[in-house]
Design a protein around this ligand. Structure first.
Ligand code: ADP
Ligand code: MG
Length: 406
């Protein structure tokens, strides 16, 4: 049986085709974080797309049209979600003029007839209602302006949208970009022939969407280390009163099942033995460390405690492959960031193959200066977790293949 990863590894990449004189459309993921003044706070996603764009420029593609979403607009124009700011940063990084296409309908004939080496950036594709509906008309329109489709938007590859999926039905040549291949290769190394023991470290606040995949992941890992708000749900499942902590009542049952299946599969589970609790997140006055089963009335668990940091760090040290998604606490607030930062340092210092994925988790690793010490930082949060779960991501599904699989 072919695994989802070897299926995705089997798609053709840009290197397998000839782009000379071709009109190339590249689906990139320029969904970058911005600060309160709308400045780009982290351009990793733009920089990550440069190898693919530069390859097309260097191999004389006749035109390059870049397509991306940015934020989640309602399906019409919204100033704050315009890609205009991204265009400026891209021009600086590429050192080349990038022409902005505000209206696809008005410009599509010009792009389709283009015979010069030009780079276009299309305005936020989610301003078109058809994008998220995987609409056939929009897919065809995008297909009509190119000879070659390149998907390099790993962060969006778990979505079945017009520019990530629908378009592939109407373009003859469709391949993956270098970022897509790099991401799959990094996960292949961790999952196809992992050097055991392999540990999955999960945390964060998106409990409902992540807890359901833990069941599938149990078959692949030796250790499951759980922190953050995710662990509050598990501690609740153990019968602890978590008081005002963030947890998901609807998923306490799922947490119990995961614990039971882990026992059956011989997977070792690590849960917090102590937690940092506070009377308030915004205005903390009373902050203390208590055993995980002793959260005080009116308090919230907001970080893992020092004994847990020690326990988790030892489990990390004794692993050879580690995948991490989800902070151990509210790392954005100094007082509650110690657990996450110390776990990041423990991973950075260990000799294992380490992958970190997820917007907030990658941000936390960056903030404590450990980025360089990880083997790989994935640009995908949701995408990397669905990949872990064993799914073939829609963004890879219809791309041309190097050799056909039966
Ligand atoms: P990622 O973006 O890496 O996939 P998530 O979005 O799932 O991660 O979770 C990150 C968020 O989880 C952060 O904003 C962090 O403050 C929050 N968080 C972590 N632990 C707790 C906790 N104990 N209580 C409340 N929020 C938490
Ligand atoms: Mg997040």
């Amino acid at each position: 049986m072919t695994s989802n990863i070897s299926f995705m590894n089997g798609v053709k990449s840009l290197r397998d085709i000839d782009v000379e004189g071709k009109k190339v459309l590249i689906r990139v993921d320029f969904n970058v974080p911005v600060d309160s003044n709308n400045n780009i706070s982290d351009d990793r996603r733009i920089r990550s797309a440069l190898p693919t764009i530069n390859y097309c420029i260097d191999h004389n593609a006749c035109s390059i049209t870049l397509v991306s979403h940015f934020g989640d607009p309602k399906g019409g124009y919204e100033e704050k979600y315009s890609l205009k700011g991204v265009r400026k940063r891209l021009e600086r990084l590429l050192n080349k003029k990038v022409e902005f296409v505000e209206d696809l309908d008005a410009s599509k004939d010009e792009i389709a007839a283009c015979s010069l080496e030009r780079v276009f950036l299309l305005e936020n594709i989610r301003f078109y209602k058809g994008e998220k509906k995987n609409d056939e008309e929009l897919s065809k329109k995008l297909a009509s302006i190119c000879d070659v489709y390149v998907n390099d938007a790993f962060g969006t590859s778990h979505r079945e949208h017009a520019s990530t999926h629908g378009i592939t039905k109407f373009v003859q040549t469709k391949v993956a970009g270098f970022l897509m291949m790099k991401e799959v290769e990094a996960f292949a190394k961790a999952l196809e022939e992992p050097v055991r023991p392999i540990a999955l470290v999960v945390g964060g606040a998106k409990i409902s969407s992540k807890i359901t995949l833990l069941e599938a992941v149990l078959k692949k890992v030796d250790k499951l280390i759980i922190g953050g708000a995710m662990s509050n749900t598990f501690l609740k499942a153990l019968g602890y009163d978590m008081q005002d902590s963030l947890f998901e009542q609807d998923y306490v049952q799922t947490a119990s099942q995961v614990l039971q299946h882990a026992r059956e599969n011989g997977v070792k589970i690590y849960l917090p033995v102590d937690v940092v609790i506070t009377d308030s997140i915004e205005k903390p006055i009373d902050v203390k460390v208590v055993p995980a089963q002793d959260v005080l009335e009116g308090f919230k668990a907001v970080d893992i405690g020092p004994a847990t940091v020690k326990l988790f760090s030892e489990a990390i040290e004794l692993s050879n492959t580690i995948i991490w998604n989800g902070p151990m606490g509210i790392y954005e607030i100094d007082k509650f960031s110690k657990g996450t930062f110390k776990i990041a340092s423990a991973m950075g210092a260990c000799y294992a193959y380490t992958i970190v994925g997820g917007g907030d988790t990658a941000d936390a690793v960056d903030k404590c200066g450990e980025s360089e010490n990880f083997s790989f930082i994935s640009t995908g949060g949701g995408a990397s977790l669905e990949l872990l779960e064993g799914k073939i991501l829609p963004g890879f599904q219809n791309l041309d293949r190097k050799i056909e699989v039966n």
